[in-house]
Design a protein around this ligand. Sequence first.
Ligand code: MG
Length: 371
Amino acid sequence: MKISRISVYQVDLPMKEGSYSWSTQSFAAFDSTVVAIETDEGITGYGETCPLGPSYLAAYAEGARAGIARIAPNLIGQNPMELECINDRMDLLLKGHPYVKSAIDMACWDILGKATGQPVYSLLGGKRQEQVKLFKVISRTDPDIMADKVAEYHELGFQQFQMKVGEDPTTDIERFKKVAAAMRPGDVMDADANTGWSQHDAIRVVDAVKNLGSDHNIRVYIEQPCLSYEECLNVRRHTNLPMILDECMESLSVLLRGYHDGAMDLINLKINRMGGLTRSRQVRDLCISLGIVMTIEDSWGGEIATSAIAHLAQSTPERFHFQSSAFHDYHTVAIASGGPIVDGGYMMASDAPGLGVDPDLGVLGLPLFTV
Ligand code: MG
């Protein structure tokens, strides 16, 4: 099988709640890139990469498309089912820029699944859990409004919440207290600062909230308090709250460093930060071997990227999977049918071959370019 044509689409994903806010940033919509890889055997695979705006990671939407335009002509004629060869070739063509390569790698997994008649979760090791536990994001806003959201999300079945903080530490402490008071016993409060606190502020916050878990019988976690690995490690040494590292977990070497330093209890594994499903599978399997539990997600995305999350999470043992995000559930538009079914705080990937998604070309429109 050979790649015969690659098309790239752009689509905006507007938020149902009007905006999505974390740390000091806020967006009404995210700019997503969809890749369609056609083959000489008539099979087409789809992938998606969607940076969370241009300032979240070293990634931006226009960069994704520029990078794909750079790589794509040199993938024509290659076998999309030889995933390691495809990744080797992409690395030869473009150093770094994993989020660019993620959509192409994802589309190749879709092709491999369709060609072999298997869902991607089977190719990633098999269905090791029947459904994927979700968290619901409580977008950063006024602390009282954030607390009011908890009851609404409980009604939808959610028991795990990623509370966005990382703005003003004094207001953030208020957010912790008000949201905790609205939670039910056993709920998860994953307080994600998204790198927003300086080290001294983070230490002040974790000290101020250290008893919230026992006071409200909830499970409190701190996620990526500061920008650098070193700052996060110092915060970790000042708190007994479980620590999740996300933005700084960008390579195998920093994962291993974190493991040896005891810097975190969990990591947040984002597919496009690792460069696609191939590299994410490697990180996932290493985490299982090391005993590191994972949030499995992506930086953002519609039905296609969320489907890849669901397949990777469903092929991960339940005891190593902390939570995932159903991004497509946050939007006013659907870019594909066949995306994961969301129900009662869980999602399930399609059992159809490949990722199981069928893009809506009426929503995606004409490709920006084709090679
Ligand atoms: Mg995070």
